[in-house]
Design a protein around this ligand. Structure first.
Ligand code: NAD
Length: 248
């Protein structure tokens, strides 16, 4: 198993891409802190994961990534349970579309708080303990971190920011043996897409994708396993596109 003995934190793991990553990590032998924005959603995800990966060691954690105190508690709970953190996946995120003229300060700030400041705070708090042992951090970026879409000022800014955060942290944390990379998904069939992309737009996105379809969440998980594994021991600062070729 590729992640035997490793301890991982995955944020936004209650569903979608994060759930698929938590499942893949657990099946590869990692002990996984399965984080949802609330304790109940994290517990529900753990119950589902126990059925899919019998015997997996899982810790449900409710943590709103816009809450710095909750992030410190998350790190403390994982350290208390398992005594180390090898892998952090900053995956929790939200999206939204609005013309810039209608986008309020609050709209913009809440997106940045969750999608960019949250990963910064999680990285800082985890790196404080990870620097003793080394480890890896994987951020979830997006195709819009390279190719800006219309009506998504805040979301696009947050994902360009994630790419910058990834590279800045890779440079600063490399000397501590901490690798920092990002996965940039294309269009993935999750609740986020179901709630924000209509049928016409979805058809257009499929048409722009060389593979001619959207991804299922499990198709993203392999990239996160690879980046967390020893197979990626010399990879840092990379933004790995898993997007069916939509951006190239
Ligand atoms: P999703 O809506 O299915 O899941 C999002 C997860 O983030 C959920 O577990 C949710 O509870 C959690 N979350 C939201 N706000 C939170 C908060 N304040 N604190 C803690 N957790 C919070 O979405 P998804 O499609 O699985 O998206 C996961 C990541 O992938 C996001 O960062 C998203 O931007 C990115 N992404 C998704 C797509 C796509 O097509 N689905 C494409 C590119 C990037």
């Amino acid at each position: 198993m590729l992640l035997e003995g490793k301890v991982a934190i995955v944020t936004g793991a209650s569903r979608g891409i994060g759930f698929a990553v938590a499942k893949a990590y657990a099946c590869e032998g990692a002990r996984v802190a399965v984080c949802g924005s609330r304790e109940e959603t994290a517990q529900k995800a753990v119950q589902e994961l126990q059925k899919l990966c019998p015997g997996a060691q899982l810790l449900p954690v409710g943590v709103d990534v816009s809450d710095g105190e909750a992030i410190r508690t998350m790190v403390a709970r994982v350290m208390e349970r398992w005594g180390k953190i090898d892998i952090l996946v900053n995956n929790a995120g939200i999206t939204g579309a609005k013309p810039i003229f209608d986008m309020t300060d609050e709209d913009f700030e809440s997106m940045i708080d969750i999608n960019l400041t949250g990963p910064f705070k999680c990285t800082r708090e985890v790196a404080k303990v990870m620097k003793q042992t080394g480890g890896c951090i994987i951020n979830t970026s997006s195709l819009v971190g390279t190719y800006a879409s219309r009506m998504q000022t805040a979301y696009v800014a947050s994902k360009f920011g994630i790419n910058g955060l990834t590279k800045a942290c890779a440079r600063e944390l490399g000397p501590y043996g901490i690798r920092v990379n990002a996965v940039a998904p294309g269009v993935v069939q999750t609740d986020m897409v179901a709630q924000s992309v209509d049928g016409q737009m979805l058809a257009a996105l499929k048409g722009m994708t060389p593979l001619g379809r959207v991804a299922q969440p499990d198709e993203l998980a392999g990239a996160y396993v690879y980046l967390a594994s020893d197979a990626a021991s010399f990879t840092t600062g990379a933004i790995l596109a898993v997007d069916g070729g939509i951006v190239m």
